[in-house]
Design a binder for this molecule. Structure first.
Ligand code: GDP
Length: 371
């Protein structure tokens, strides 16, 4: 049908003829010549071992992917990198939002690189984070100086998921970073909830950033986290906050005396500093490296790493079992019924759980018999 605009009687808005758009594909590009080739596990490993951060970044993306095909390649890459991993100092850095983690990590990172050389990777565990939303731990924009440093690699937390899943991915990323020659690893985490335990289970030194005057120092709620700390550092010790920080440091020192002596034989220290004004940073890192020397000499360093490896084996088994169970179609279709039975008092929680588990394992037996 003729378009009404072409009619002389037409009084409506007219639309000018558009220009011809050039093709977005270069016509001279020979097909296949520059086509992106699927990288194999060996390609990733080769790039990683050369210290190529682009390939390292791509491999980390693969580790974080939930796509089963990516996961298979990722596991192969991790396995091949394992013999080259382990030779780093891993430090966990925790603190509540606003404690000054990013400001501090920026200052810590620059200090450590200038003082000790080598390469630094900053990773994060934040199960609540989603790439598209709000605060993302380990985000480059939060660490301005470190982000442009040639010897640093900053990676935000894997996006939201179960804590176990997010933490496992961070742990696997540590392996890749170490194989790429990063000999210092910071793992940042938020000081609320369970993430510290996960972070503690993959680092050699756990540093807790605290603030003065929040009242936490006298409350029992942080007890578990304080007990994990190898060092407690009180930030924002500047301006008219200095006296308050010194007082808080004394209170923390007193509180630490009440805890049982740590297995490492090391006495956790309490220091004050200002991440923003770069004060007291050297003392913190002298402490961290003193600790590393101390535990390497008394054998605790290796013991802790072995315990961590064991912990992660069991964590992975637990996670895979749980995922397998809750993703099983048969189980998913029965869960609502089982819940109703429990809520109406027709079945106890234990019997309902046992029945579902029996069904799940019977399902595997069936599959095995058929194959
Ligand atoms: P995060 O949420 O733990 O990562 O904390 P940020 O690093 O984003 O810091 C939170 C706020 O505290 C920001 O406004 C910082 O400028 C401020 N801040 C961080 N470190 C210091 C410090 O050493 N002294 C002072 N006065 N402010 C600081």
């Amino acid at each position: 049908m003729e378009h009404p605009e072409n009619n002389e009687e037409y009084k409506g808005l007219t639309v000018n003829k558009g220009v011809e758009q050039p093709s977005i594909v270069n016509p001279y590009l020979k097909r296949g010549r520059f086509r992106h080739r699927q990288m194999s596990a060996s390609d990733y490993v080769e790039g990683i071992l050369k210290g190529d951060v682009t390939v390292l970044g791509q491999a980390v993306t693969l580790v974080e992917s939930t796509n089963p095909v990516h996961q298979i390649v990722a596991q192969e890459v991790i396995e091949k990198c394992l013999p080259y991993a382990g030779r780093s100092v891993r430090v966990g850095i925790s603190g509540v939002p606003g404690a000054g983690k990013s400001t501090s990590i920026d200052a810590f990172g620059i200090h450590v690189l200038e003082q000790y050389g080598g390469k630094l990777a900053v990773l994060a565990i934040d199960p609540s984070s989603e790439r598209s939303k709000g605060s993302i731990l380990g985000d480059k924009t939060r660490m301005e100086k470190l982000a442009v440093h040639p010897d640093s690699f900053i990676r935000p937390s894997p996006s939201a998921g179960s804590l176990g899943g997010v933490a496992r991915k961070t742990r696997e990323t540590i392996i890749l970073c170490e194989a790429a020659g990063f000999d210092k690893i910071f793992v940042e985490t938020v000081g609320v909830g369970q993430s510290e335990t996960a972070c503690h289970s993959m680092v050699d030194f756990f540093l807790l950033i605290q603030l003065a005057g929040t009242g936490d120092e006298l409350q029992g709620i942080k007890r578990g986290i304080m007990e994990m700390a190898d060092g407690i550092v009180i930030n924002k010790c500047d301006g008219n906050n200095v006296d308050k920080c010194n007082l808080a440091a004394t209170q923390f020192r007193n509180a630490l005396h009440l805890f049982p002596a740590p297995e490492s034989g090391w006495t956790p220290q309490v220091l004050t500093y200002s991440g923003f004004y770069n004060l007291g940073i050297k003392e913190i890192w002298d402490m961290v490296f003193d600790y590393i020397r101390f535990v390497k000499d008394n054998g605790y360093f290796e013991h802790r790493r072995n315990e961590q490896a064991k912990f992660w084996m069991y964590e992975t088994i637990n996670e895979q079992l749980r995922n397998g169970f809750f993703r099983n179609e048969k189980i998913v279709s029965r869960l609502a019924d089982a819940e109703r039975m429990v809520l109406s008092g027709k079945q106890t929680s234990f019997v309902a759980a046992k029945q579902l588990l029996d069904d799940y394992f019977a399902f595997f037996l069936d599959v095995k018999m058929q194959s």
